[in-house]
Design a protein around this ligand. Structure first.
Ligand code: PMP
Length: 330
C-alpha cells in the first residue's frame, strides 16, 4: 500500500515553481520554493521536527513533557503536529498582532495559547519573550525549543532546505532570497548554498522597513513572521551579501498579486521576499537563477492582507498600489 506512517514523513521536499506574471520583463529566472506544501502549511515544520528530535536525543524533552514556545503561529503548528504524533503537550505564547485565525489554528490542533501585548519592550514581564520564559520555568517537565537560539533551527535548513534547492536547480542557482525572522532559514539554507557552490551563490535577505536587519531600530511594521527588534543567535550575521528593506505596502501589494496572478495564496512575508527577489532579478542577466523562499500560505491572512477594508484602513489600498509595487521593483 502507498501509505505514509505519519505526516512527519511529509515534512520538507517542497516544490520549486517558476514565477511568470509578476516576473514579466525581468531578465533572470525567478523560482519560488513553496513551503506551504509542508503538512503544517509552513517552512517551520522543518525546524519543529529537527528541534524536537534533537531534544529527545539529548534528554531535554522527556516522555509526556510539555513544549513551551513563543511563536508567531507557524512554528507552533509544526511543533503541534510533531508533538501530537509523539505524545507531548504544547503551550504557546504569541504576540497580539498575530492574526486571530492563526491562534485559532493552534488551538484547533489542541495546543494551549497565551496571547501577549506587542506594545511593550522585550524585557517587560508581559512581553512574549518574558511570558514564555516564566511558563517554561513554572510548568513541570517543560522544554523550551527556543527557535531564536536553538542551533537545530538553522541546522534543519542547512540539512534540508539548502540541499533541496541545490538539487532542484541542478546547481544552477545564482541567488537565494529569503525573509529574516529568527534568521534560521537564511542562515542555514544560505550557508549551505554558499558552501556547496564555493561561495558563488549570493544570499540576499528581505526585511521589513524598520527592522534591525536592514538598519532599522525595531518596530513598527505589519508584515508577520519577519524582522526583529533584537539580534537572535540563530541569525548568522555573515551570511547575507545584501539585505533589502521592503515597505509593508509593497509586501502586501505583491502578496495580493501572487494570489491573483500566480495562483499562489501565500502570506505577507512571501510578498515581501518576492519584492526583494524581483529587485535582484531585475539587476541580473538571463543566466541568473533567483530562488525565493515563500514561508507560508495565505489562509491565515484572509482577514488582513486579503481584506480590502483592512488594507484601506492602513492606506495600502489605492488603485496604484499594485502597479506601484511593480514599478518599484523594475
Ligand atoms: N515568514 C513567516 C510567515 C514566518 O513565520 C517566519 C518565521 N518566523 C519567517 C518568514 C522567517 O523565517 P526564519 O525564522 O527562518 O528567519
Amino acid at each position: 500500500m502507498r501509505v505514509h506512517d505519519s505526516l512527519i514523513e511529509l515534512m520538507g521536499d517542497t516544490p520549486l515553481v517558476r514565477l511568470h506574471n509578476v516576473a514579466a520583463g525581468v531578465p533572470a529566472q525567478v523560482l519560488a520554493k513553496v513551503e506551504y506544501f509542508n503538512p503544517g502549511g509552513s517552512v517551520k515544520d522543518r525546524i519543529a521536527l529537527r528541534m524536537v528530535e534533537a531534544a529527545e536525543r539529548s534528554g531535554a524533552l522527556r516522555p509526556g513533557g510539555t513544549i513551551v514556545e513563543p511563536t508567531s503561529g507557524n512554528t507552533g503548528v509544526g511543533l503541534a503536529i510533531v508533538a501530537q504524533r509523539k505524545g507531548y503537550r504544547c503551550l504557546f505564547v504569541v504576540p497580539d498582532k498575530v492574526a486571530k485565525d492563526k491562534v485559532a489554528v493552534l488551538r484547533a490542533y489542541g495546543a494551549e495559547v497565551v496571547v501577549c501585548p506587542t506594545a511593550v519592550s522585550p524585557d517587560h514581564p508581559d512581553s512574549y519573550y518574558s511570558a514564555s520564559d516564566r511558563l517554561a520555568r513554572e510548568t513541570p517537565n517543560a522544554w523550551k525549543p527556543d527557535q531564536y537560539s536553538n542551533p537545530e533551527n538553522p541546522a534543519s535548513h542547512y540539512h534540508s532546505t539548502g540541499p533541496e534547492i541545490w538539487e532542484q536547480t541542478e546547481g544552477r542557482i545564482t541567488h537565494f532570497v529569503a525573509g529574516i525572522g529568527t534568521g534560521g532559514t537564511i542562515s542555514g539554507a544560505g550557508r549551505y548554498l554558499k558552501d556547496v557552490s564555493g561561495g558563488r551563490v549570493k544570499v540576499i535577505g528581505a526585511d521589513p522597513e524598520g527592522s534591525v536587519y536592514s538598519g532599522g531600530s525595531g518596530r513598527p511594521y505589519l508584515v508577520e513572521g519577519v524582522g526583529e527588534d533584537i539580534w537572535p543567535a540563530t541569525y548568522d550575521t555573515g551570511v547575507c551579501d545584501e539585505v533589502i528593506a521592503v515597505a509593508d505596502r509593497d509586501s502586501f501589494g505583491m502578496t495580493r498579486r501572487l494570489a491573483r496572478e500566480e495562483a499562489l495564496l501565500v502570506g505577507g512575508s512571501c510578498g515581501m521576499a518576492v519584492v526583494a527577489a524581483l529587485r535582484v532579478a531585475a539587476a541580473g542577466g538571463p543566466d541568473d537563477v533567483v530562488v525565493v523562499l515563500l514561508p507560508d500560505g495565505g489562509r491565515g491572512y484572509l482577514s488582513k492582507i486579503f481584506n480590502d477594508d483592512w488594507m484601506a484602513d492602513y492606506g495600502f489600498l489605492s488603485t496604484s498600489t499594485d502597479e506601484g509595487a511593480v514599478r518599484d521593483v523594475l
